[in-house]
Design a protein around this ligand. Structure first.
Ligand SMILES: [Zn+2]
Length: 350
């Protein structure tokens, strides 16, 4: 991967190139933006740019031929330390930052950052899922952020500034990333071979709110069948809120008992509902004509919804956005589902 094959975020690229070339790169960055838009890949590319031995950082074009570039691509360069939330955990764990058991304070990201750089240049750390740092973890990291080892670079990757503790936020330079455009997403879908037909790629890209994570959700078979079921509930007028809440709750619980995966699943469901109301507002017919697998809802369900006036669609869309925001603020998912479904039912009777 190099900057030429990287898709999107040209404004951020220019910004970082200028900062590197004028030698005013901060040591700690908070990269904020939606899931699935390439923030982590961007941070890796910056690491490659800074560590490549075949080019100078100010070239802003890693050679992709040297040993360093190869090691970074393979995830094995000793000067690049990466951590992310382990899939089974709800948060980044302390072990990842300061080592575990007998190795406490003698391994982990904070320790490794202080080691002399293997390359003689610098150490770089990428902390993905920084939204899930708990207070204990954040406090450990704080010491490193207060006195970053000379020359080191730290990238925290986050979806929401609000999810960061003020003490962390205040020590980071902010880099905001926007969702990808439909054209950029189409290009990525085709390049990654997710579908082969350009028309189908564009159609999926237009549903996915600028995120490759949402593209994956649209292509997931199990989620597709639940999406149909969800649309069948949403299309009812008036909507049966108890049935809707039960179906959503059931699907959320199907991912296991851990709170983080459940929360992520609920986000996906709310995104589907948002898509439903937005499509219904545009009369929904495009869903079928653009080659989407037929669903009962797209077979004519949206037509039945036309009795809803446009103000009701706007209210339903706003309610879904609000539910998503509440979820980010760690509201209990079960009560969130109940309140959301009940409000949608009220809107459907308007
Ligand atoms: Zn190189």
């Amino acid at each position: 991967m190099d900057w030429n094959s990287y898709v999107g975020h040209s404004r951020q690229r220019h910004w970082f190139r200028n900062a590197i070339q004028s030698n005013r790169l901060a040591s700690t960055f908070l990269m904020v933006g939606p899931d699935g838009i390439g923030k982590r890949t961007f941070a890796r590319l910056l690491a490659k740019t800074m560590l490549c031995t075949g080019a100078s950082p100010s070239d802003f074009a890693p050679c992709c031929r040297c040993e360093t570039c190869a090691q970074i691509d393979a995830g094995s360069h000793p000067d690049l330390i990466e951590i992310a939330r382990r899939p089974e955990k709800t948060t980044l764990v302390l072990d990842q930052l300061i080592g575990e058991g007998e190795m406490r304070m003698r391994s982990g990201l904070c320790y490794e950052l202080r080691m002399r750089p293997y390359s003689g240049r610098r150490k770089i750390a990428i902390i993905d899922d920084a939204d899930t740092l708990n207070e204990e973890g954040a406090n450990c990291l704080l010491k490193t952020l207060e006195e970053p080892p000379p020359g080191s670079l730290i990238f925290l990757i986050s979806t929401s500034v609000q999810r960061q503790l003020p003490t962390i936020r205040s020590r980071c330079q902010m880099a905001r990333f926007q969702a990808l455009s439909t054209e950029e997403l189409t290009l990525l879908i085709l390049r990654n071979g997710l579908v082969s037909e350009p028309q189908q790629a564009t159609m999926i890209a237009s549903q996915a709110a600028g995120s490759m994570a949402q593209v994956a959700n649209w292509l997931d078979e199990e989620l597709s069948s639940f999406r149909e079921e969800l649309f069948d509930h949403l299309v009812q007028k008036p909507l049966d809120f108890a049935k809707l809440a039960k179906a959503v709750q059931g699907n959320m619980e199907s991912v296991g008992t851990e709170s983080q995966p459940r929360r992520e699943r609920l986000k996906v469901i709310l995104d589907f509902a948002l898509f439903f109301y937005r499509s219904a507002m545009r009369e929904g017919i495009e869903i079928e004509s653009s080659g989407m697998p037929r669903t009962k809802a797209s077979d004519g369900g949206f037509g039945r919804l036309s009795a809803l006036d446009s103000q009701s669609f706007v209210s339903a869309i706003q309610r879904c956005i609000e539910a998503r925001e509440h979820l980010d603020r760690m509201v209990s998912p079960a009560s969130l589902i109940e309140a959301w479904a009940a409000d949608l039912a009220v809107i459907s009777r308007a």
